[in-house]
Design a protein around this ligand. Sequence first.
Ligand code: CA
Length: 258
Amino acid sequence: MIQSDLHEHLSSGDAARNAAFRTSGVNAPRVMIVEDETSLAMLLAYNLEAEGYQVERIERGDEAELRLRESPPDLLVLDWMLPGASGLEICRRLRARDATRSLPVIMLTARGEESERVRGLSTGADDYVVKPFSVPELMARVRSLLRRARPERIAGRLVCGDISLDRETRRVRRGERDIHLGPTEFRLLEYLMEKPGRVFSRSQLLDALWDLAAEIDERTVDVHVGRLRKAIVRGRERDPIRTVRGSGYSLDETFGKA
Ligand code: CA
């Protein structure tokens, strides 16, 4: 069942279509899979990675608990029956801690007894999927749960305050308004939105966003930041880009939060 499913997915073209998101790198949403069935965990990891998520696989419940304390992911796919600690115990402990109280959790259960118990119990999971399930079904649940819980963390889409940037459609919106950006301004905004709060020097921006062969100096960066601001800030709207004197530019991490 799993083998044929894997084959179907390898040839479906999903991976190729989404390959562009792989470059989203460190900013990609992180999904942790806690599942002791290695073949199923690998299948899920493969498909999630193809959609641009960073994936971590863990097979034991007790190991997962340690890891979840160290570095909680953006979403957790959690099997119910695990060695070390059950999915139910893990989920309850996550909900008891502030840092992970609202961590999105999809619980995997085997058909039969456990799934009946899951339905009847308050597990603290946001969603659950009964095995055997189809991979596209789980992927759809992951997307919809992330969209609901952490809209800014969906692969391919960046959100900061009322500004959203869609890498797939290349559209930028502020509130209800479409913003038309040139390709350089688009890349600049995308780059800043990937790491809110981080200050980039002019030379870092030049290295990251411009063709090295091009004859440009650091004032070019100021010109494009100026154009970007003009495009996204209207009237008395707040400027999301911070100029840090002597250092460079950053996307104001408090933007949209005040
Ligand atoms: Ca299991």
